[in-house]
Design a protein around this ligand. Structure first.
Ligand SMILES: [Mg+2]
Length: 199
């Protein structure tokens, strides 16, 4: 029997730069062969899974609109990614991808919050009670617009242009590093949006 997971044990993840290494500037991960895991983050996901967390991936993949890969290519990558993670007991409930180009004016390309809304609607969780882990300031902006807090993986200097409200509640180098923080955060009976901003 599977464990019945409380909705507030859903964590939202960016993909490139969090689960796998990013492609070069202005390029995309176009095949499963090019998908390269970030070990410290995957190790973190394994440990979070042991605590009962499940994951939803929210990712911009404009390479589809730009004709660099097909929707089928992208779906194949995600199928392999989810299968592999499942084989190491990391459960990804779903992957929501914005495949639009940046000039299309969609509401789902981060920093817009559309992917968050799609995920919350599909899985019935409260955006205010979860967190998004990303590696781009736009991830923090999108989370904020959706009413979620964020964790930023990377250098704090990259966050200078964010408003106080948009800033992440934690900055670190890997998911492994934020395990104690996440445990405390999700233990709070009422994780709210008003958490003290640390950066
Ligand atoms: Mg990223």
């Amino acid at each position: 029997m599977g464990i019945n997971v409380a909705p507030n044990k859903i964590l939202l993840l960016d993909r490139d730069g969090v689960i796998n290494k990013k492609a070069d500037e202005n390029d995309y991960i176009k095949s499963w062969e090019a998908f390269d895991w970030i070990k410290d983050n995957v190790d973190g996901l394994i440990q979070l899974s042991e605590k009962g967390f499940q994951f939803i991936v929210l990712t911009n993949q404009a390479g589809v609109a730009r004709g660099k890969m097909t929707r089928t290519d992208l779906e194949h990558i995600h199928q392999k990614m989810v299968e592999h993670l499942s084989s190491i007991n990391v459960k990804v409930l779903d992957v929501f991808a914005c495949m639009h180009n940046r000039h299309e004016g969609c509401d789902c390309r981060k920093p817009m919050p559309g992917l968050f809304m799609q995920a919350a609607k599909a899985y019935g969780f409260d955006l205010e009670k979860t967190l998004y882990i990303g590696d781009d300031p736009k991830d923090c902006k999108a989370a904020c617009a959706a009413g979620s807090n964020s964790i930023f993986l990377g250098s704090p200097q990259r966050l200078d242009d964010l408003t106080l409200h948009e800033k992440p509640i934690k900055v670190a180098n890997s998911i492994k590093e934020v395990l104690p923080f996440l445990e405390t955060y999700f233990k709070q009976a009422k994780a709210t949006n008003q958490s003290e901003k640390l950066f």
